[in-house]
Design a protein around this ligand. Structure first.
Ligand code: SF4
Length: 375
């Protein structure tokens, strides 16, 4: 699941009976169209109809804030301006362009999808949502986004923002009926997009949820749907779909080994299949109790070589993932000459530089500590 959007679902979720608003789909479409023309934000991916660029933006926007994506979107497209250039790139180059954006699985799936488009579809993204869903990594949401936004096809898409708008509009209190997978939401959007420009209407619904019908303190006074909104009429707007189920978060503690040899520092690619898989990170040793330094035995077991770990850095690093929090104690040390290491995927990276490939934010934080300490 990415971005609160389960791309594997087939939106045949529970059918929830709820009172249909008296506002017809046609009226809803008209109100949304007028509102979107006046209120939409000026975002870079709204300036294009290129299906590849829209695909990139939709993948980036999953579980990531708009202002964060704005900092990556143009750079990624400069580096990979079309599906052919993305398909031809090696994975390290793609992860490098994605570095800092998080949820790197998205980048891998996008890359895999691009290769499929080039190899099996002659480099052309299809306009039809059913055909789009045959591309690896593209599920109902992304297929709906590309079909409606790029090709103006009347295809529905429901993300968390749209689900919140519709749940409040109909005052749906049942959590199953509020879900972005609920069939009624998909059916309703499918009906609405028949009554105007699909590319405008799907974006308008998402925009309304993102900017007006927000999780906390919805601004009903600015909402085009307010005259017929049941939650508003019932005084329940601020109570429906306010809280998200909190994922259980696990805390892990590690010593992060910042080991130098001359003007280089040791990094290693994280093992496949785990957190930050395939991305560059300093070696981590699980921290036992309150020890500020790892034991020599634990370090040697990880690296396959002994090393003089001289001390902990001046400050610890905390990094929060969706389901995990890392508390890291950076420990500095090194060798006068390069040792023979048994650590898989290890590389010596020049201080102040970055390796080719994915460099997650947590690694940048740790290298920043080394720099700040003048090590
Ligand atoms: S009137 Fe308020 S609660 Fe209803 S859809 Fe608009 S912003 Fe959301």
């Amino acid at each position: 699941m990415i971005g609160g959007i389960d791309e594997n679902h087939d939106h045949r979720g529970p059918q929830i009976a709820y009172n249909r608003s008296r506002m017809s789909a046609r009226e809803t479409a008209l109100a949304l169209t007028r509102w979107f023309a006046a209120a939409q934000r000026d975002l870079p991916w709204r300036k294009t109809r290129d299906p590849y660029a829209i695909w990139v933006s939709e993948v980036m926007l999953q579980q990531t804030r708009v202002d964060t994506v704005e900092g990556y979107y143009d750079g990624f497209l400069r580096r990979f301006p079309d599906v052919e250039s993305l398909a031809a790139a090696d994975e390290d180059a793609v992860l490098s362009a994605w570095s800092g954006l998080g949820y790197y699985r998205r980048a891998r799936l996008l890359h895999r999808g691009a290769r499929h488009v080039v190899e099996a579809l002659n480099g052309e993204l299809p306009a039809d949502a059913v055909d789009l869903r045959r591309i690896p990594g593209i599920g109902p949401y992304t297929a709906g986004a590309i079909a409606s936004i790029a090709f103006d096809r009347p295809e529905p898409l429901v993300d968390g923002n749209v689900a919140r708008v519709l749940s409040r509009f109909h005052a749906i209190e049942d959590p199953a009926g509020q879900d972005a997978k609920a069939r009624r939401h998909w059916d309703e959007v499918a009906e609405i997009v028949q009554h105007g420009r699909p590319r405008v209407l799907t974006q308008a619904l998402m925009e309304l949820g993102a900017t007006v019908c927000t999780p906390q303190r919805p601004r009903c006074e600015d909402c085009p749907l307010q005259p017929r909104c049941r939650a508003h009429a019932l005084g329940r707007a601020a109570d429906i779909m306010v809280t998200r189920r909190k994922a259980s978060v696990r805390t892990e503690r590690y010593h992060a080994l910042l080991l130098r040899c001359g003007d280089r520092v040791l990094l290693a690619k994280r093992p496949e299949g785990g957190l930050l898989a395939g991305l560059w990170c300093p070696p981590l040793v699980p921290r036992q109790g309150r020890r500020r330094l790892p034991t020599a035995a634990a370090v040697e077991q990880l690296l396959g070589a002994g090393v003089d770990v001289r001390g902990a850095a001046s400050r610890d690093v905390k990094h929060v993932f969706t389901h995990r929090i890392w508390h890291l104690t950076p420990c500095v040390g090194g060798w006068p000459r390069r040792p023979r290491l048994a650590l898989e995927g290890a590389a010596w990276v020049p201080l102040g530089g970055l390796p080719v490939g994915g460099v997650p934010t947590v690694t940048k934080k740790l290298l920043g500590v080394l720099e700040d300490d003048g090590q």
